[in-house]
Design a protein. Structure first.
Length: 253
């Protein structure tokens, strides 16, 4: 059974469908045929704005983890041969300092339902029993419901637009990866070096998003790019604002 046919899910998807349609109508005077693409961008920005308090908590947790890095390193060194004790001690440290090791993935997890909805909007011919008009919508001539490989036709624009979105997403992912590496500092580099091959994995892992976007509808790739670009700006501003002045020099270095 298609999970999107389950009545509550179908109703939620239908609500998202009509929201995107109405936003498209709102944007059509200046966006023209790309109004639905503009609606996806606006939807993404709205979601990220709602999640701003979560992002603030995430960066505060990052700042706290940087402050605790020497203690974490000391615990791991002291209990290098006793993994259960090391895990318990680290958990006690994080609990005492009110730091959640999972805070960094919350924004991503909370976006999954919306991204899934956007994916479904441009992957099904019918939504809640009626025809899906969004499948005919385009971005600069490229169909929002087609992925890169479905766009491999003689029509150059159909291939060029997904390629531009994917390339832009890859650039933003790399900027984010480098910013996170610079932020984490030498402690993260040391931990990665301690596990053979971990450094290479950490370099490649962020680009899984780009691979997913290549196979997803163009609308979902557009959502991912917009969200990733927001993350770059948001993280930079929040880190500058929430990092104590005494610690900023270490981050810049």
């Amino acid at each position: 059974m298609n999970p999107f046919d389950f009545p509550p899910v179908a109703a939620a998807l239908d609500g998202l469908y009509h929201l995107v349609l109405q936003l498209g109508v709102l944007f059509s005077p200046w966006a023209g045929a790309s109004a639905s693409a503009a609606a996806i961008v606006a939807l993404t920005l709205a979601v990220r704005l709602v999640l701003l308090p979560v992002a603030v908590s995430q960066v505060r947790a990052e700042v706290a983890r940087r402050r605790l890095a020497p203690q974490v390193a000391a615990i791991r060194k002291r209990y290098a041969k006793d993994a259960p004790t090391a895990t318990r001690k680290l958990q006690e440290l994080y609990t005492a300092e009110h730091v959640s090791p999972l805070a960094g993935i919350l924004p991503t997890l909370l976006q999954v339902p919306v991204l899934s909805g956007v994916y479904a909007l441009f992957a099904h011919a019918t939504i809640a029993g009626h025809a899906n008009l969004l499948l005919t919508q385009t971005l600069a001539g490229a169909v929002l419901g087609a992925n890169l490989f479905a766009s491999l036709t003689p029509v150059v624009v159909a291939v060029a637009v997904p390629l531009v979105v994917l390339a832009a997403l890859a650039v933003v992912v790399e900027i984010t990866r480098r910013a996170n590496l610079r932020w984490a500092g030498s402690a993260a580099s040391t931990e990665a070096a301690a596990v053979p091959g971990m450094g290479a994995v950490l370099r490649i892992l962020p680009f899984v998003t780009v691979v997913f976007a290549a196979f997803a509808p163009l609308a979902a790739a557009l959502y991912l790019f917009t969200s990733a670009a927001w993350t770059v700006v948001e993280r930079e501003l929040l880190r500058r604002h929430l990092t104590p002045a005494s610690a900023r020099g270490a981050v810049a270095a």
